[in-house]
Design a binder for this molecule. Structure first.
Ligand code: DLL
Length: 435
């Protein structure tokens, strides 16, 4: 099913014509309403009139997270505060938060895009949606909430935290869908099992998971422990919040970017050059309809690739692959570039391990060190040959990390449930080199 058949299946040519028309409007508007853009365009020697086709996009300067911070809190807004009906902020692990604003129309668009996401995930107005994304300044909770209401589904605005109560509600209210981070889904499943609840027998059938990177193997695990179909949703506060891109049930190969609202490019993060179709690099967005907080060529730092092949679902919108990691999160261990998600992919491929891990990066003298701590399954401890099994598993992890990723790591197997659990986004890397 498709929520907005007309716009989601627009033939390429018509879609590009619409994008171009909207791009011209955005560029003109930001130039005249946001001081930052006027200066950035002037410095780059481009005028709004220079955008004569979509290909001219690459002549425009990038916008970075630092630019948003420099204009904290409202300096990038393109409308007066009287037209802003909502504010959100992304916490960010370093520096100031980024504040984003929405007009009434922005909220309407966002709600529609989130409704599109739910429909792409196979939900209808008959579903009951347990929304465990955090409500508040984080965009996850309210974003999903408005979309679910737009669809006409019944929302349980549970927000994050209080896991025991969540498990009770999952049993009593019988939601058919759940929204949260993938790490929280596993956390819920684990605590439910510990409470003696058969998590597979709940009424849940679909999960809409995002806000952090996760692997296909982690998807299999979630699907297995909750007996649901786990769908990937992507978004970021600066560009809107959740609902910038969403996987569809056909094939589940990449997430459709709602191209009538967002223009996507992939660039080389080091040179800023636009990469040829299909190549992996940093995702850059230009918003086409946003009123309060329009962005031109915003560098997301998310590393992925675009998939241009037509999709069986009939949507004409380009897909983005899973986010490999962030160009600023990439760990460089003795010169080898590696994303935490790649380490995760290795770990979840090994029997006897729990999907809970932590990466400790440090430096001894001039050498980077990486310690991978990962929980082992309860059964491993119950085994008579416990020590042997653990040693074998440890050796296997060291070998696989070396073979697949080319990194040398120290591996520490830890007891089940001993590593930190997360209610929102997981933060699995402790980089002591920065401290
Ligand atoms: O995480 C918005 C969101 C809420 C998306 C709920 C999906 C579901 P921020 O807090 O601004 O916004 O964080 C945005 O999270 O740049 C990515 O690095 C990461 N991210 C979001 N979705 C995914 C995903 C929300 N499906 C940042 N896969 C983004 C991988 C994701 N990373």
């Amino acid at each position: 099913m498709i929520y907005n058949e007309e716009f989601e299946t627009l033939p390429r040519e018509a879609l590009e014509a619409l994008q171009f028309k909207r791009l011209q409007q955005v560029v003109l508007r930001v130039y005249h309403t946001v001081g930052f853009y006027r200066k950035a365009f002037d410095d780059a020697g481009v005028k709004p009139e220079d955008v004569k086709s979509l290909a001219d996009l690459k002549r425009l300067p990038f916008t970075t997270k630092q630019d948003l911070r420099d204009n904290y809190p409202f300096g990038m807004f393109a409308v007066p505060m009287s037209s802003v009906v909502r504010l959100h902020a992304s916490s960010g692990t370093t520096g100031r938060a980024t504040v984003v604003g929405y007009t009434k129309r922005d909220i309407e668009h966002w709600s529609e895009l989130m409704a599109r996401c739910f429909v792409a995930a196979g939900l209808t107005k008959n579903d009951i949606i347990h929304n465990a994304y955090g409500y508040g300044l984080f965009t996850g909770g309210l974003g999903a909430h408005y979309g679910a209401e737009r669809l006409g589904a019944s929302v349980i605005p549970i927000s994050g935290g209080n896991t025991k109560r969540q498990i009770m509600i999952l049993q009593d209210f019988g939601p058919t869908a759940i929204c949260c981070t993938p790490s929280y889904a596993l956390n819920l499943a684990e605590q439910g099992q510990a409470m003696g609840v058969d998590m597979r027998s709940l009424k849940l059938r679909v999960g809409v998971f995002g806000a952090e990177p996760w692997s296909d193997k982690m998807r299999n695990q979630i699907e297995d422990v909750l007996d649901i179909q786990a769908m990937n949703i992507y978004g970021l506060s600066e560009v809107m919040g959740p609902g910038v891109a969403m996987e569809c049930t056909e094939g589940r190969q990449g997430m459709h970017i709602f191209e009538d609202h967002f223009l996507a490019e992939i660039i080389n993060p080091l040179t800023g050059e636009v990469l040829p179709p299909g190549e992996e690099g940093e995702l850059v967005f230009t918003t086409l309809t946003k009123e309060a907080f329009p962005l031109v060529r915003y560098r997301t730092r998310d590393v992925t690739r675009l998939i241009h092949d037509p999709c069986r679902c009939g949507r004409s919108h380009v897909r983005m692959d899973r986010v490999m990691g962030r160009s600023d999160d990439m760990l460089i261990i003795r010169g080898v570039n590696v994303f935490p998600s790649q380490i995760e992919a290795v770990l979840v491929g090994i029997d006897g391990l729990e999907p809970h891990y932590q990466l400790l990066v440090d430096r001894e003298g001039t050498l980077d060190t990486l310690e991978v701590q990962v929980e082992v399954r309860e059964e491993a401890f119950a085994n008579a040959d416990e020590v042997k099994v653990l040693q074998r598993t440890e050796r296997r992890i060291v070998k696989d990390l070396k073979d697949y990723l080319g990194i040398s790591a120290k591996v520490k197997l830890v007891e089940p449930k001993s590593l930190q659990r997360f209610e929102g986004k997981a933060s699995r890397v402790i980089d002591k080199r920065k401290i």
